[in-house]
Design a protein around this ligand. Structure first.
Ligand SMILES: C=CC1=C(C)c2cc3[nH]c(cc4nc(cc5[nH]c(cc1n2)c(C)c5CCC(=O)O)C(CCC(=O)O)=C4C)c(C)c3C=C
Ligand SMILES: [Fe+2]
Ligand SMILES: [Fe+2]
Length: 344
């Protein structure tokens, strides 16, 4: 529901302006692991034309006839395995909130900056937080889609939603969006530090480390989405930073959905092949995920680890995402300050 606009007096005009909002936005998350919550979440997610580009005439019968009947139960069970029981929410939500709260503290000396967070699918919505920022006096908003590599299915759909929220406002804030940062040196340094730190806790050295990115359908890439090349750029710079050859840090793509061909090589097939080829020690990092979530905790730490052992591998490690770590916050704080230049 839209809040009634404040009366247009000079006092209200001053009160409702002069501040700068920073809105961190991640993908989203179901409110619970039960069937109804999962269905509501998947329905919103999989109805997004930026995510599923097929004709609605073809897709909706499949979505409503099959996917929304079968997938909520199956995926709900997977979410249960990785649910943050302490807060009764997904880790993606916990980390995103922590990131916003930690970033807000770094602006203690800049009280005109208000940091908030939202989800593209589920709660809190982008529109509700944009409105809240405006009510607090933000007449400029920096929207930060939390994806280091640009994809239309992630970055663009966040930006679409933010601009859609402005459609209904008479007095719009100025809006800036944060570009992807696949080669940012602070980001690359943070990934390298996180790998070194994590590997130092193991009593074994991996023969291969997979940099596993979320996939997209190959057709999206063929139509001009830069995502594939930005993932390769991140991996190339990370290799250079670590001084590793290409065989040691290999790029793969995970989380396929549907029957189409997706970006290759696939993570699940690569894990299986490496184990069958005699690789005994494997680690996986997810550089494209700002925070751990279902796709990293269940699909990689859980399923990929199991598959590696099942096919003859001996040691497997999942390197956590940057999350709300000091290195992770250094990246987010650096990008935000750079993008606020001229406003601050
Ligand atoms: C065609 C479908 C999908 C595309 C394209 C896609 C791209 C994409 N997704 C992420 C990041 C995340 N995806 C997550 C979950 C998830 N993704 C899809 C489908 C597509 N993603 C589905 C259906 C789901 C839900 C789970 C499932 O049903 O399998 C998540 C996790 C969210 C959580 O709450 O934990 C993230 C994060 C990226 C970065 C990306 C393209 C680059
Ligand atoms: Fe996804
Ligand atoms: Fe998945």
């Amino acid at each position: 529901m839209t809040t009634a606009p404040a009366e247009p007096t000079i006092d209200n005009a001053v009160r409702r302006s002069g501040k700068i909002g920073v809105l961190l936005v991640n993908l989203g998350t179901p409110d619970g692991t039960d069937y109804a919550s999962m269905r509501r979440y998947l329905k919103e997610f999989l109805s997004d034309r930026r995510v599923i580009e097929w004709s609605r005439l073809y897709w909706y019968p499949i979505l409503y006839g099959i996917v929304l009947n079968t997938r909520p139960g199956k995926v709900g069970k997977a979410y249960e395995l990785i649910w943050n029981k302490e807060r009764n929410e997904s880790w993606l939500r916990t980390y995103t909130r922590n990131q916003a709260e930690l970033m807000a503290k770094t602006f203690a000396d800049r009280p005109q900056v208000v940091v908030d967070w939202a989800m593209r699918y589920g709660q809190p919505t982008i529109a509700s937080r944009m409105e809240a920022l405006q009510q607090q006096g933000c007449d400029r908003v920096l929207v930060f889609p939390l994806y280091p590599q640009y994809a239309a299915a992630t970055t663009a759909t966040v930006n679409d939603k933010a601009f859609e929220a402005l459609l209904k406002m008479r007095w719009q804030p100025a809006l800036r969006t944060v570009p992807a940062y696949p080669g940012d040196p602070v980001y690359i340094d943070a990934l390298a530090a996180s790998i070194s730190k994590h590997l130092a806790t193991l009593d074994w050295e991996p023969e291969v480390v997979l940099a596993s990115f979320h996939g997209i359908p190959k057709s999206y890439s063929d139509q001009g989405d830069p995502y594939y090349f930005q993932c390769q750029e991140t991996a190339r710079l990370l290799r250079a930073k670590l001084g590793w050859p290409e065989e040691k840090l290999q790029v793969t793509f995970q989380s396929r959905f549907g029957p189409e061909e997706w970006l290759q090589p696939y993570t699940d097939k690569t894990v299986e092949r490496l184990a069958k080829d005699g690789v005994k020690r494997l680690a996986v990092i997810n550089p494209g995920f700002v925070s751990d979530c279902l796709e990293t905790l269940e699909e990689i730490a859980g399923q990929a680890g199991e598959s590696f052992h099942h096919n003859g591998g001996e040691k497997f490690a999942h390197i956590p995402c940057l999350n709300d770590s000091a290195e992770g916050m250094a990246v987010l704080n650096h990008i935000v300050r750079r993008e606020l230049e001229g406003w601050l």
